[in-house]
Design a protein around this ligand. Structure first.
Ligand code: CO8
Length: 263
């Protein structure tokens, strides 16, 4: 593996799953610029490895991530916030083609909540807490929070969270509203193990078809229904051009496990 300073990145499940562990527990995994560069680099590396089928990101201790690093934020002014890469490099997460699963336990605040929402599936532990407290710093969310949170929890709840900075969503509410897919009881380890199992399950399907499916679902974020359905139809059709597609159907009819070669 690569030598990162603020995260740990490793391949598990015989290389089928890439795991990113945010590793600044003393500051509740605050997302400094260095952390941002390392996470994006790890995501891109995993995305480019043919054996990797899905990626997991997680925190540790009391936090997934308690937001952008406030020590660095306070150094910014209007000019360099716009001109420098600042926090906007996080938008490159949208270029990752393989599914990303966030295993969230403890605080996912500000940028931490936003990094979780940039993922494709969120699993929560019992102690998960989501919030957008930027307003208390006289700032607003800057990594997609205002756009994604309304889609996940509805406008009213999102407004309450963003305008007060004091309304938080716990694990149960996150599941109830659909922000998270499900709750995994127990320790951080149990949550991570479940996220890895999920990633492994995804990695057993045809890689290109998984990428098509993710792209089709994500189109719903960006396109209207008419164009979205058209995009789905194009991707649906494209899947029929794959060898894996023939293998998948043959295997079903021959009552055996498919042997995908991911092409
Ligand atoms: N940045 C830097 N350090 C942090 C951060 C952070 N976001 N969060 C926690 N820490 C540090 C604390 O300073 C503390 O350090 P030390 O031990 O040296 O004092 C250590 O982590 C442990 O934290 P606490 O002692 O505070 O732990 P508690 O359990 O008492 O409290 C909380 C936990 C409630 C999570 C509390 O730490 C907290 O409120 N943190 C800040 C949460 C926050 O405001 N996040 C949003 C940040 S802004 C953002 O993400 C995007 C902004 C984009 C707009 C930019 C506009 C310019």
């Amino acid at each position: 593996g690569k030598d990162y300073k603020y995260i740990k990145a490793e391949l598990v499940e015989n290389g089928a799953v890439g795991v990113v562990l945010l590793n600044r527990p003393k500051v509740l995994n605050a997302l400094s610029l260095a952390v941002m560069h390392e996470v994006i680099d790890a995501y891109k590396t995993f995305d480019s490895l043919s054996q990797v089928g899905a990626i997991v990101i997680t925190g540790q201790g009391k936090a997934f991530a308690a937001g952008v690093d406030i020590n660095e934020l306070k150094e910014h002014n209007l000019v360099n916030a716009f001109v420098s890469q600042f926090i906007f490099k996080w938008s490159e997460v949208a270029t990752i083609q393989k599914p990303i699963i966030a295993a969230v336990n403890g605080y996912a605040l500000g940028g931490g909540c936003e990094v979780a929402m940039m993922s494709d599936i969120i699993l929560v532990g019992e102690k998960a807490i989501f919030g957008q407290p930027e307003i208390k710093l006289a700032a607003i969310p800057g990594m997609g929070g205002t756009q994604r949170l309304i889609r996940e929890v509805g406008k009213s709840r999102a407004m309450e969270m963003i305008l007060t900075g004091k309304a938080f969503i716990n694990a149960e509410e996150a599941c109830q509203r659909g922000l998270a897919s499900r709750l995994v009881p127990g320790t951080n380890q149990a949550l991570l193990a479940e996220a890895i199992t999920l990633a492994r399950t995804i990695s057993e399907s045809s890689r290109p078809v998984v990428i098509m499916a993710k792209a089709a679902v994500n189109a719903a974020y960006e396109l209207g229904l008419h164009e979205g359905v058209r995009k789905e139809r194009d991707l649906f059709g494209a899947a029929f051009g794959l060898e894996d597609n023939k293998e998948g159907m043959s295997a079903f009819l021959e009552k055996r496990k498919p042997n995908f070669n991911h092409s």
